[in-house]
Design a protein around this ligand. Structure first.
Ligand SMILES: Nc1ncnc2c1ncn2[C@@H]1O[C@H](COP(=O)(O)OP(=O)(O)O)[C@@H](O)[C@H]1O
Ligand SMILES: Cc1cn([C@H]2C[C@H](O)[C@@H](COP(=O)(O)OP(=O)(O)O)O2)c(=O)[nH]c1=O
Length: 218
């Protein structure tokens, strides 16, 4: 049995947390079992690494190595077992966030991130596997696309900013450009959602993206 792997992406304040639960409920209503998780994090070790990345100053490559180390633990402990059980895995951010933040935002080389993605996301070879395993990617990435200026306004009073959320708007413009590049590199995987609408309109577009791809019934 093989489950469904869906990731949620966008700059800080774009609306991921507002909508991920509605998607969980929609899948659960079909009788599916859902694993709802997040990155960096999702396991005790990866949550510790998240604390370092979100709070401690470090260079871009160090940051990339830590988020990918957290991802490996998360894949091994949570995501691969859940997909093997046939769960719908809803992941609040995955490796596109590393390309967007460590690549676009912090300037880590795209090719370095591609190498890390290939290493970290390739499952261990099983003893009687004839083929070499390929790196895992989400089947679908729901990308909340929102201008950095609007996201900044939404976040102003919403919460105490962490290391990334306290970056200037120009940082998030670079992060958004890197998301755009990832979407162009893999257009069928991405569902681009116009997040600059009411919460109800965004929710309806998110659910429609799932229906259009045959993942949910209308
Ligand atoms: N479509 C929307 N219109 C106005 N405000 C929104 C909308 N979507 C989310 N918000 C608000 O913006 C803030 C950031 O949303 P959130 O879902 O936490 O973003 P993210 O998880 O992507 O960082 C929250 O205060 C949320 O209530
Ligand atoms: C997954 C991932 C997240 N991040 C950053 C993006 C976010 O600013 C931050 C935390 O993610 P986020 O899910 O937005 O947490 P919260 O909803 O609590 O703000 O981590 C990276 O820099 N690289 C990564 O690979």
């Amino acid at each position: 049995m093989q489950g469904l792997f869906i990731s949620f992406e966008g700059i800080d304040g774009a609306g991921k947390s507002t909508h991920i639960d509605a998607v969980r409920l929609a899948f659960e209503a079909t009788g599916a079992r859902v694993t709802l998780t997040r990155e960096p994090g999702g396991t005790p070790l990866a949550e510790q690494l998240r604390g370092l990345v979100l709070n401690d100053p470090m260079d871009a490559m160090t940051e990339a190595l830590i988020v990918f180390a957290a991802r490996r633990d998360h894949l091994k402990q949570v995501i691969w077992p859940a997909l093997a059980r046939g769960d719908v895995v809803l992941c609040d951010r995955f490796s596109d966030a590393s390309f967007a933040y460590q690549g676009g935002g912090r300037g880590c080389a795209w090719s370095t991130l591609e190498t890390l993605e290939a290493w970290v996301q390739t499952p261990p070879v099983a003893k009687n596997d004839a083929d070499s395993p390929r790196p895992i990617k989400p089947l679908l990435t729901i990308w909340f696309d929102l201008p950095a200026a609007v996201a900044a306004q939404r976040l102003t009073s919403a919460r105490i900013p962490d290391k990334f959320e306290s970056q200037p708007q120009a940082f998030f413009e670079k992060v958004a450009e890197a998301y755009e590049r990832r979407a162009q590199e893999d257009p069928t995987r991405f569902a681009r959602i116009n997040a600059d609408q009411t919460i109800a309109a965004v929710r309806s577009d998110v659910l429609a993206a799932l229906v259009t791809r045959g993942l949910l019934k209308a």
